[in-house]
Write a protein that binds this ligand. Structure first.
Ligand code: NZQ
Ligand code: ZN
Length: 392
C-alpha cells in the first residue's frame, strides 16, 4: 500500500430537479458574472439552458453564453471563451453538458487566470497557478470531469489531443440530475458506461500498492456499472439505473478507486486519445476498441490483477491456470462490450488507419507520455505501435 492524498472539494448536489438550485450555488461560491458554456445544442433542445438562464435572471446574476464545445473539444473555442471572459469581466464559469463542455470550460478558466498561451499547459511547458471558479450541470455520465482534476483538449493544428491535470480546475459544485441523461442516444449512454468502467480499470490494473478496501470499492463499482449498462440498454428511462451510473461516473474518476496504488496504468486512455485526436471518435467507443488488444498484450506482466478481475468482476469460473482465467476475463469483458454495442477493434470503431497513421499515432502517444508509460506493463513507442497494429 502506498501513501496517498485524497482531495475532492466538489459539492455534489444529486437528485431530481436540482438544476433549480443553480443560482443559489453560483452565489454560494462567489459568482457575480457568469459564462455559461455548453456543447452543440442538446441543452437547448432539452429546455435545460432556458431553465438555467431563467433562474439566473430571477436571481439577478449577469451572464454571457458560449455554445459549440464539440466532442474532443477544440482549442480555438477555448481561445474564444478566454477573450469573452476577459472582455466581460466574467468571474465564474458554468459548464452545462458532458465532458467536452466541462473540459472546455476548465481550459477557458485556466486561460483567464494564467498569463500566456493556455496550450502551454497541455503541452507540458508550464504549470497553472490557478483557474477561474467553475460549476457544472452534468448531462452525460461518462468522463467524471464533474469531479476530476483533468481537462482534455484537442489542438486543431496537427490534431494533437492532450490532457492537463491540476486541483485548480476541480469544480466548486456539480449538479447531478440523473433524469437529464435520459435524452442521450443509446450509443452515448454505452460510451459513457465504458468510460466510467475504464477510469476504475486504469487504476485497478497496476503492479504497485493496492489496498483491499480500494479493490472492494473498485470491483463493486465495476459490477454496478456492468449491470446497469445492460438495464439501460433495454430500458433507457430507468431512473435508478441512470442514478447508479451517474454516481459511479463521479466516483470512478475522483481518485477514490485508486487510493493506495501507484497511480494506475492509463495506457488505454493514452492510446485512445490519439484515436480521438486523429479520427474524432467518441472517447468511450475508442477505449472499448483498444482495451482488449492492450489487455492481451500486457496481462502476463500483471497476472494476479487480471485473475482477480476475471473472478471478482467478470465472474468467470476460477478453474484452470491463472493465465487461462485471466484470458477468460478479458474475453468476458469484450463480450460485455459487444452486448452494449461497443466496438472491440478499430474496424468495428469505423476507422481504418494506414501503416503511416499507426506509426504517427504511436509516435505522438509516446511523446505525449514522455517516452514510456504503464503500470500493468511499461510500454514504449514500439509496444504502442504493436498494440495499434494488433487492434486494426
Ligand atoms: O454537444 P451536445 O449537443 O450537448 O451533444 C453531446 C455530444 O454530441 C451529447 N449529449 C450530451 N448530453 C446529452 C447529449 N445528447 C442528448 N442528451 C443529453 N443529455 O453527447 C455527445 C457527447 O458529449 P461529450 O461531452 O463529448 O461526451 P463525454 O462526456 O463522453 O466527453 C468526452 C470528452 O471528455 C474527455 C474525452 O477525451 C473527450 O474529449 N475526457 C475527459 C476526462 C476528464 N476531464 O477528466 C477524462 C476522460 O477520460 C476523457 O478523456
Ligand atoms: Zn475516459
Amino acid at each position: 500500500m502506498f501513501d496517498f492524498n485524497y482531495y475532492t472539494p466538489t459539492k455534489v448536489v444529486f437528485g431530481k430537479n436540482k438544476d433549480g438550485q443553480v443560482a443559489d450555488l453560483i452565489k454560494e461560491f462567489g459568482g457575480t458574472k457568469v459564462l455559461i458554456h455548453y456543447g452543440g445544442g442538446s441543452v437547448i433542445r432539452s429546455g435545460l439552458l432556458k431553465r438555467v438562464t431563467d433562474k439566473l435572471d430571477e436571481a439577478g446574476i449577469k451572464y454571457v453564453t458560449l455554445g459549440g464545445a464539440v466532442p474532443n473539444p477544440r482549442l480555438s473555442l477555448v481561445y474564444e471563451g478566454i477573450e469573452l471572459c476577459k472582455k466581460d469581466n466574467v468571474d465564474f464559469i458554468l459548464a452545462v453538458g458532458g465532458g467536452s463542455a466541462i473540459d472546455s470550460a476548465k481550459a477557458i478558466g485556466y486561460g483567464v487566470v494564467n498569463e500566456g498561451d493556455v496550450w502551454d499547459l497541455y503541452d507540458y511547458k508550464k504549470q497553472a497557478t490557478g483557474c477561474l471558479s467553475l460549476g457544472v450541470i452534468l448531462t452525460l455520465a461518462a468522463t467524471g470531469s464533474e469531479m476530476s482534476d483533468s481537462s482534455v483538449i484537442t489542438k486543431e493544428e496537427g490534431l494533437v489531443k492532450r490532457g492537463y491535470s491540476s486541483d485548480y480546475c476541480r469544480p466548486k459544485f456539480s449538479i447531478l440530475e440523473p433524469e437529464l441523461t435520459m435524452t442521450l442516444p443509446d450509443y452515448q449512454t454505452a460510451c459513457g458506461c465504458t468510460d466510467i468502467m475504464m477510469h476504475t480499470m486504469e487504476r485497478y490494473f497496476t503492479n504497485g500498492g493496492n489496498m483491499e478496501i480500494t479493490d472492494a470499492l473498485a470491483e463493486g463499482l465495476l459490477k454496478t456499472v456492468k449491470k446497469n449498462a445492460i438495464i439501460l440498454r433495454d430500458d433507457p428511462n430507468n431512473y435508478d439505473a441512470r442514478a447508479e451510473v451517474m454516481w459511479a461516473g463521479s466516483l470512478s474518476h475522483n481518485g477514490l478507486t485508486g487510493c493506495g496504488n501507484d497511480g494506475g496504468d492509463w495506457m488505454t486512455h493514452k492510446l485512445e486519445h490519439e484515436l480521438g485526436g486523429l479520427y474524432d471518435v467518441a472517447h468511450g467507443a475508442g477505449l472499448a476498441a483498444i482495451w482488449g488488444t492492450w489487455a492481451r498484450y500486457v496481462y502476463k506482466d500483471c497476472l494476479p490483477r487480471f485473475k482477480k478481475f476475471a473472478i471478482n468482476v467478470m465472474e468467470v469460473e476460477a478453474t484452470g491456470s491463472d493465465e487461462q482465467i485471466a484470458l477468460r476475463g478479458i474475453e468476458a469483458m469484450e463480450d460485455f462490450y459487444r452486448s452494449i454495442n461497443m466496438p472491440t477493434n478499430l474496424r468495428e470503431l469505423g476507422v481504418n488507419p494506414t501503416e503511416e497513421e499507426l506509426v504517427d499515432m504511436a509516435h505522438k502517444c509516446a511523446v505525449g507520455v514522455g517516452g514510456a508509460k504503464g503500470s500493468a506493463k511499461l510500454l514504449n513507442e514500439e509496444d504502442m505501435l504493436a498494440i495499434y497494429r494488433a487492434s486494426v
